[in-house]
Design a protein around this ligand. Structure first.
Ligand SMILES: Cc1cc2nc3c(=O)[nH]c(=O)nc-3n(C[C@H](O)[C@H](O)[C@H](O)COP(=O)(O)O)c2cc1C
Length: 435
């Protein structure tokens, strides 16, 4: 079975999508987000995902400019949904492991095992200015911090063995202190004594997601990630990327199938391919060109305004200022399809650089089936240019076809995010040692 999740930006993935009369304006509208999560749950999706950054810019993508703090949002959604996985980004560069381990443990308990954490080191340089720093730490330092950070959070989630909470009313014994573990971590970047003041999350650990694509990013994902997001454009490159992640997992002593690869797509369901193209063209007239360029600049790590708009995208080396996975894909797409800077900008603005899949419900299902069956991906992270129309069309028209073809579940078979993804619950180290 393929895995399906959705990347939700309250304004949709297209920089101009929110301007359509039928688009709901949802960045800070909880009723709208709850409705969209309800649609995702009706489609039996594995999860909804909220990206995040701890900075803002006036010329940013509207969906990333103003929005809810994602863990607060997950807490609210945990109470208003019943099955779907709830995943959010938290940056390891700009937070502390104790707070974050505690927040995720709480969400995992409140949702009864449906939380997931997209571990990022933060793509945005100006986030540093909100945290008492003059500049963004360089990538190697960020990944050093992230590796230690994840080790600390896992140690904190293991503070209490599964049966440490006794709650015996007769004897008055509340907890079994022998089943409590003090972490006592002292490393290069963090000193955390522990223990955490909440018991082990129902899933053991929330599901760990990752989306880095640099050499360090891939090694980190191989060592820690259970789901990897990527914005691949062609199946051969997607397969090669998946192999790299699985090689990295093996190098870290994990099994090759311990990591699920989820390629991002922005499907536009219409009555024909031509009509889907018209929808994209219409959206293209609504996007603010500067916001669109900012999406491209953030991905590429260059100020693309310096190049003539209607000339081919120049061949440039990758930089650590961009998001390397996206930049690799975008340069490769521009070369392959001989795109101008304007065309690449408009593409990035439509789906934040994820693959656009246009056509009828059958054509979209065919495309997904072929990627999945050829081993290019384990599933798809869906983006919608605006909400809720295109997302609802996908759930109501494409998912039934995938179900009919035996590619996707007709109903939830599990109640936890690990269950949906077919991932084992990590054993507590004390239990694992004695097993
Ligand atoms: C689907 C997807 C979602 C992402 N979400 C976030 C996010 O929410 N916040 C963030 O700072 N970076 C996000 N990124 C960027 C990566 O996590 C990573 O920070 C970036 O690629 C830089 O790491 P790298 O140099 O190893 O590629 C996302 C990337 C992808 C493909």
């Amino acid at each position: 079975m393929m895995h399906l999740g959705t990347i939700l930006l309250g304004t949709g993935s297209h920089v101009g999508g929110w301007r359509l009369p039928e688009a709901q304006f949802g960045s800070q509208n909880f009723a709208h987000l709850r409705q969209v999560v309800g649609i995702a749950e009706r489609g039996k999706l594995d999860f909804v995902f909220f990206a995040d950054a701890v900075n803002s810019g006036l010329d940013a993508h509207p969906g990333m400019m103003l929005r809810f703090e994602p863990l607060t949002l997950l807490g609210a959604l945990a109470a208003s949904s019943s099955h779907i996985g709830l995943v959010a980004t938290v940056s390891t560069t700009y937070s502390q492991p104790y707070n974050v381990a505690r927040a995720f443990a709480s969400i995992d308990h409140i949702s009864q095992g449906r939380s997931g954490w997209n571990v990022v080191t933060s793509a945005s340089e100006d986030a540093a200015l909100n945290f008492g720093l003059d500049s963004h730490p360089e990538p190697n330092v960020r990944y050093d911090m992230a590796e230690e950070y994840v080790e600390v959070t896992k140690g904190l989630w293991d503070s209490w063995e599964e049966d440490a909470l006794v709650g015996d009313k007769e004897t008055g014994r509340f907890v079994d202190p022998a089943k409590m573990h003090v972490l006592g971590h002292a490393g290069a970047h963090y000193r955390v004594r522990g223990p955490l003041n909440i018991t082990r999350p129902p899933q053991g650990y929330p599901v760990i997601f990752q989306a880095g694509a640099s050499k360090r990013g891939i090694a980190f994902a191989g060592a820690t990630a259970e789901v990897v997001f990527t914005a691949q454009q062609i199946p051969d490159e997607a397969r090669a990327f998946g192999d790299k992640i699985r090689d990295a997992a093996e190098a870290a002593g994990r099994s090759r199938d311990a990591v699920k690869i989820m390629c991002g797509i922005a499907p536009i369901v219409a009555d024909s391919k031509a009509e889907a193209r018209e929808i994209i063209a219409r959206l293209g007239t609504l996007g603010d060109p500067q916001a669109a360029m900012r999406v491209l600049n953030d991905r590429m790590g260059y100020d693309m305004n310096q190049f003539p708009l209607d000339e081919p995208v120049p061949d440039l080396p990758l930089t650590t200022a961009g998001t390397q996975g996206h930049a690799t894909q975008l340069f490769s797409l521009a070369r392959r399809e001989k795109l101008t800077v304007r065309q690449l900008r408009d593409f990035a603005a439509a789906s934040s650089g994820h693959r656009l899949v246009l056509g009828t419900a059958e054509e979209i299902a065919d495309d997904m089936e072929s990627w999945f069956r050829s081993g290019a991906t384990d599933g798809f992270a869906l983006m919608s240019p605006y909400l809720p129309g295109p997302f609802e069309a996908f759930v109501d028209k494409v998912i039934p076809i995938l179900v009919k073809r035996g590619l996707f579940r007709a109903d939830y078979q599990a109640t936890t995010l690990r269950g949906h993804l077919g991932l084992d619950k990590p054993a507590h180290p004390a239990t694992a040692a004695s097993a």
